[in-house]
Design a protein around this ligand. Structure first.
Ligand code: DGL
Length: 257
């Protein structure tokens, strides 16, 4: 039986899901969160789908073995695309919320517009994304933009380094002057927002699914009568033995907007 004071687990391939955790903590301040990043195995985004699925299921099993959980937020577009159905099938007792690229927000705000989706190779090739794309491709013109290497830079804390900007310039140059909005379809990317903005300019709106995912989590908990109004707690864990990763995780969690 799930209890109100049980934990909400937040999972990502690395530190990216902290961009979602920040929204969760803001709108659910009385909850207990356990954040688990699998940086030892990141990036997930260029792996075969079956590996992403196996890594995700193993991480969820580990979390369930160590913490009483009432909900799991898969704060990783890649893991959601590859494994959310398997996680739900394996753990029907758990509230499971996944994240997907915020194409609906883009279509609502820019009808007839041109929207780039910056995401990992796995997210962009999975059937889940294809289904999403076909829901909105009559409303907006959608460009799939993979950004290999960007997750690795964010994992090193290089969220605004010259090499990050150089990578973004290379990836985004074919689209300059052509887009109304860019959906940040990987939870690592909002941390590189400043560099992305410098490359795209101020006229392109950046959107991400972090806030929507946090609101959906609150809605699901409320519906189940599992909202907690305690003193709040955030535990940060990571599979990498490198102590720098927890330092970076804390920094990203606490950084100013
Ligand atoms: N943060 C993950 C996402 O939202 C992917 C990172 C990775 O490639 O490991 O897609």
């Amino acid at each position: 039986m799930n209890e109100k004071h049980d934990f909400i687990a937040v999972f990502d391939s690395g530190v990216g899901g902290i961009s979602v955790l920040r929204h969760l903590v803001r709108i659910l301040p009385g909850e207990r969160f356990i954040y688990y990043g699998d940086s030892a195995n990141a990036p997930y985004g260029s792996r075969p789908t079956r590996e992403v699925r196996a890594l995700t299921l193993a991480a969820v099993d580990k979390l369930l073995a160590e913490y009483p959980l009432k909900a799991l937020v898969i704060a990783c577009n890649t893991a959601t695309a590859a494994a959310v159905n398997d996680v739900r099938a394996a753990h029907p007792e758990l509230i499971v919320v996944g994240i997907e690229p915020a194409l609906k927000v883009a279509a609502d705000h820019f009808p007839g517009g041109r929207v780039g989706v910056l995401a990992t190779e796995v997210t962009l090739r999975e059937e889940k994304f294809d289904t999403l794309l076909h829901r909105f491709d009559e409303d907006v013109t959608i460009y799939k933009i993979p950004a290999p290497g960007l997750v690795e830079l964010v994992e090193k804390g290089k969220v605004d380094a010259p090499e990050t900007e150089a990578l973004l310039r290379k990836v985004l140059s074919p689209y300059l002057g052509k887009l109304d909005a860019v959906v940040l379809g990987c939870t690592h990317y909002p941390f590189a927002r400043n560099a992305i903005r410098r490359v795209l300019g101020d006229n392109v709106v950046l959107l991400d699914g972090g806030e929507g995912t946090a609101r959906e989590t609150r809605r699901r908990l409320e519906l189940a009568g599992l909202l907690e109004n305690g003193s709040g707690e955030v535990i940060l864990r990571n599979s990498s033995p490198d102590p720098d990763i927890l330092r970076l995780s804390r920094e990203l969690l606490n950084q100013e907007d």
